[in-house]
Write a protein that binds this ligand. Structure first.
Ligand code: GAR
Length: 218
């Protein structure tokens, strides 16, 4: 069975969704450890309560990004994971770090990339007036919130949405797609080819997603 290490910085709800999927048998991986760059990350308590080893490497204690990334890589490599899973890990990673884990480093981002890389994705989506928003699981490359896309989930932006309601709608989907993407990796149903992801997964060809969509024809 493949093993993963999960990196978090905060709440850890995506991490919890991965642990839930492992516990229910839906995700056939071993979670070797959860690492955080912040000692106060809530997700650390969740992981520890479920018996997953945790480590904190406070980025403020390192002289620079390269020193932090080297220490983080050393901590990760102690667990020899097949896959490193960024789950709300809010640090920009150096090129060296990303290259070290090329093809085995994935991230989830709360937008339909390549729209809205970076922070405040839900606020920016509302400001732009997009009608479809969502989340993306992707392999990590040195460019921020960029890399071969594995899986996306789209949600409508509804009249009356604010940042919180839209974030909640997207987060529900994040919790569905991240365990699925990691499962496909674990089952060798994904591979990188010329910078794109190829699948051995049945695809949904049921049609287009349209938002807003009238419930009934007028
Ligand atoms: C999630 O919405 C995740 O997509 C986002 O941070 C949140 C973490 O929540 N990640 C990024 O913005 C990365 N660029 P969580 O700690 O509850 O999983």
């Amino acid at each position: 069975m493949k093993s993963i290490v999960i990196l978090i910085s905060g709440r850890g709800s995506n991490m919890a969704s991965l642990l839930d999927a492992v516990a229910s048998g839906a995700l056939p991986v071993r979670v070797a450890a959860v690492l955080s760059n912040r000692a106060e990350a809530k997700g650390l308590e969740t992981a520890a309560a479920r018996g997953v080893p945790t480590r904190v490497l406070d980025h403020q204690r390192f002289a620079d990004r390269a020193a932090f990334d080297a220490a983080m890589a050393e901590a990760i490599d102690e667990f020899s994971p097949d896959l490193v899973v960024l789950a709300g890990f809010m640090r920009i990673l150096s090129d060296g770090f990303v290259q070290r884990y090329a093809g085995r480093l994935v991230n989830i981002h709360p937008s339909l990339l390549p729209s809205f890389p970076g922070l405040h994705t839900h606020r920016r989506a509302l400001e732009e007036g997009v009608r479809v928003h969502g989340c993306t699981v992707h392999f990590v490359t040195p460019a921020l919130d960029h890399g071969p896309i594995i899986l996306q989930a789209a949600v409508p932006v509804l009249d009356g949405d604010d940042e919180a309601t839209l974030a909640a709608r997207v987060l529900t989907q994040e919790h569905q797609v991240y365990p699925l993407a990691v499962r496909w990796f674990a089952e060798d149903r994904l591979r990188l080819s010329n910078g794109r992801v190829e699948f051995a997964v049945a695809q949904d060809d049921s049609g287009v997603l349209i938002a807003p969509r009238a419930r009934r024809p007028h």
